[in-house]
Design a protein. Structure first.
Length: 95
């Protein structure tokens, strides 16, 4: 697999409400780092309960936690999408 050459910071946003395996976070981060270089922005989105289940790996890899109240079905999805658009507008992420 050939490496990508990003034009901006490499970003990893995780929807923790749809993830229950901590090893998947570490695997995704390692794969993205190998593919595109150091990941400059790391964020995990989800309810406090779901983020708690991933706390060890998120702390190990210095993820910023974005806790959402489960007020409606897609609150985490919407928060992640809004932040993704904001990051694109601000930094033009490479990956």
């Amino acid at each position: 697999m050939s490496a990508l050459v990003p034009t901006g910071p490499v970003v990893l946003l995780i929807d923790a409400d749809n993830l229950s395996a901590p090893e998947m976070v570490a695997q995704a981060l390692r794969h993205l780092t190998q593919l595109a270089g150091p990941v400059a922005i790391r964020r995990a989105y989800g309810s406090a309960e779901n983020l708690k289940g991933l706390a060890g790996v998120l702390r190990e890899f210095a993820f910023h936690l974005c806790v959402n109240l489960p007020l409606a079905k897609n609150t985490t999805d919407m928060a992640l999408a809004v932040d993704a658009m904001d990051l694109c507008a601000r930094y033009a992420p490479g990956v």
